[in-house]
Design a protein around this ligand. Structure first.
Ligand SMILES: Cc1ccc2cc(C(N)=O)cc(O)c2n1
Length: 324
């Protein structure tokens, strides 16, 4: 019945658009009540016409628990950790090392800076624009397959947006829990006598490792993309900042605080400025991720044993643990 198909298609488009505006653009259009009304209507139409159900429908976010635990997933490209810088001298030394290898002046090198979110790192794989796999970082080479849990996050697109859909995209990013959601969760946990989490990072990691996606679906988690580990067709001689802008058009949230800066002094200033407003962000960060912006230079610089030569993480002193 074309009338029915029209209504189902319209509802899906409205729900996907509402997700994007709420979670990526921070400009919600639908109220939660409007969102839920449309979702219920779509669930009813799909229940009456099961042949219409497709895995990328907004109604298919919360599935069944994986029968026997999470499968082990090998990352096609290792999720390596970053080397650390602790002060301005370390940042300048990092920039000098990069400049030497690129045979240019440190003050000419373009860097990006973004807050280093303190959550749980995950990887999402999209084939022909559809989410096919999601995994935890694990030990960097092998993680746990938690696709069913990641599907419950409304900031994780079930299918990519727009017309320029890549054949293959592997997005890396951080799943975080904001302070407000963390405090509300622990408040409920104390009332119910269930597990109270020590900090938002543990709460995010613990929520992603729930065997039952219905539980994960109730947790206030957000996915923030920070890298495209694989992209086919690739973007050739692009930059990290252009890649992040492309991810936003594909439906992902990526750091609103990302800045392109030239030379180490500007990077040091960014780290000082962000440090000054660290307590007002509403979510935990443990530093600043500093990257060489040009992807061509990132490829040229490569990695040392365990961490990229082209990136480092400036770390702030640990904050006193949140008293629960
Ligand atoms: C390459 C790399 C590795 C880990 C990262 C971690 C974060 C983070 N925790 O926010 C951000 C990034 O841009 C990262 N980038």
């Amino acid at each position: 019945d074309p009338q029915l198909l029209e209504e189902v298609t319209q509802l899906r488009a409205e729900l996907d658009e509402a997700n994007y505006r709420y979670y990526v653009l921070d400009e919600p259009t639908l109220t939660d009540a409007d969102y839920d009304r449309r979702l219920q209507r779509l669930k009813q139409l799909e229940a009456e016409n099961p042949s219409l159900i497709s895995p990328d429908s907004p109604t298919q976010r919360v599935g069944a628990a994986p029968a026997d635990g999470f499968p082990s997933v090998a990352h096609a490209i290792p999720m390596l950790s970053l080397d650390n810088a602790f002060n301005a001298e370390d940042i300048i030394a990092f920039a000098q090392r990069v400049a030497e290898r690129l045979e240019c002046e440190a003050d000419e090198v373009e860097f990006t800076c973004e807050p280093k979110l303190d959550g749980a790192a995950v990887s999402l794989v999209y084939e022909q624009g559809v989410l096919v796999s999601g995994a935890t970082r694990g030990d960097g080479r092998t993680g746990e397959g938690i696709t069913s849990n990641l599907r419950t996050l409304r900031s994780v697109p079930l299918k990519l947006m727009g017309k320029q859909i890549p054949e293959l995209l592997e997005v890396r990013g951080e799943v975080i829990m904001r302070h407000k959601g963390f405090e509300a969760l622990n408040e409920r946990a104390r009332e119910e006598g269930s597990k109270v989490f020590a900090n938002p990072r543990n709460a995010a990691a613990g929520s992603l490792r729930q065997l039952n996606p219905q539980i994960t679906a109730t947790r206030p988690l957000e996915f923030h993309a920070y890298q495209a580990a694989r992209l086919e067709p690739d973007m050739g001689d692009a930059t990290h900042s252009e890649l992040m802008a492309r991810l936003i058009t594909l439906g992902f949230r990526s750091s609103a605080e990302l800045k392109v800066l030239t030379g180490p002094q500007a990077v040091v200033e960014y780290c000082e400025q962000l440090g000054a407003k660290r307590d007002q962000l509403g979510y935990d960060i443990d530093g600043v991720v500093i990257k060489v912006n040009a992807l061509r230079y990132q490829r040229e610089l490569g990695f040392v044993a365990r961490a990229p030569r082209w990136a480092t993480a400036f770390k702030y002193p640990a904050q006193e643990e949140v008293t629960t």
